[in-house]
Design a protein around this ligand. Structure first.
Ligand code: HEM
Length: 268
């Protein structure tokens, strides 16, 4: 695939999705497509003693969230229409918010929202040829709701490190997800800005995890901490959630996108 052609397509998607209010999108490219980006293909797949994060790396990642379903479907249709000459759809996951922001296990997620300054500091490459870009990690997890559901509420809270409503569990074990996630230094929106999108697809429920970071090495550290590499305890959550796809992408800085060549299609 020729990069100029891909750049034109991705820029057209960026231009169209930037127009309507109430729509938020993230666009990422396979890092090797961007000149000057280091080769980080060794990040995924990654394996620990009990679990694994696979690589299903694609050329482009598009993540869209919208205030309403009509707007969301419009955006997804436009992405497909604009890209189908040069790209094919490898994976599509349609999710939706659960209650006030819970994952499929019923736990509050995304509790501590980052400030703009935290996003800038944690997620944007500060200098160099990639200044203003952001490294994106995509992981899709399938959850074993039945197995997790068989645990008593206290045991569930010990897997997460918080109660269903988000209270910290003081005596949570070292293998609790929160402790494993914090072990790499990624707590409190410090090293990465993350979002989890619950989905249901073909009878399976899970979480599409997308995060942004200024430094891809933080992903290596975070993933190894969850996997339990180097004698650390593996994350208890990975007994109930299995990563089935994943990839590392680079969201280019805004000025990488070309000016839109045409805006013939009406927005809803
Ligand atoms: C099935 C996959 C996952 C589920 C269900 C999940 C769920 C959760 C939940 C319920 C919380 C507590 C609520 C909150 O602090 O917002 C949390 C926190 C967190 N998770 Fe995950 N998570 C998953 C995967 C991941 C992955 C892959 C990473 C890192 C690469 C990660 C990093 C974090 C971090 C950094 C925190 C916050 C720690 C803190 O600031 O105290 N999570 N997650």
């Amino acid at each position: 695939m020729a990069l100029p052609q891909l750049r034109e397509v991705v820029s057209a998607i960026h231009a169209e999705l930037s127009v309507p209010g109430g729509l938020h999108s993230v666009l990422g490219l396979q890092p090797t497509l961007l000149p000057g980006a280091p080769d980080l293909s060794s990040l995924l797949p990654r394996e620990g003693p009990t679990a694994r994060f696979p690589s299903t790396q694609s050329h482009v990642l598009v993540q869209v969230s919208a205030n309403g379903r009509e707007l969301l479907l419009w955006a997804l249709r436009r992405v497909l229409a604009l890209s189908q000459a040069v790209l094919y759809l490898e994976e599509e996951v349609l999710g939706g918010r659960i209650g006030e922001g819970r994952d499929a296990f019923g736990f509050r997620d995304g509790l501590v929202l980052p400030s703009r300054e935290q996003v800038r500091r944690a997620a944007l490459v500060p200098s160099g040829s990639l200044a203003g870009a952001s490294w994106l990690l995509y992981l899709r997890f399938q959850k074993d709701l039945e197995r997790f559901g068989r645990l008593k509420p206290q045991a569930q809270a010990h897997v997460v490190g918080r109660t269903r409503d988000g209270e910290l569990v003081p005596d949570a074990p070292a293998e609790a997800h929160l402790h494993r996630a914090r072990a790499s230094g990624a707590g409190d929106n410090q090293l990465l800005i993350r979002r989890g999108f619950p989905f249901r697809h073909g009878g399976e429920e899970g979480l599409a995890f997308v995060s942004a970071s200024a430094d891809p090495d933080y992903y290596r550290r975070s993933l190894d901490a969850l996997l339990g590499v180097g004698g650390q305890p593996p994350d208890a959550m990975l007994r109930y959630a299995r990563a089935v796809s994943g990839g590392l992408y680079l969201a280019p800085p805004a000025d990488w996108f070309l000016a839109p060549s045409s805006q013939q299609e009406a927005t809803p």
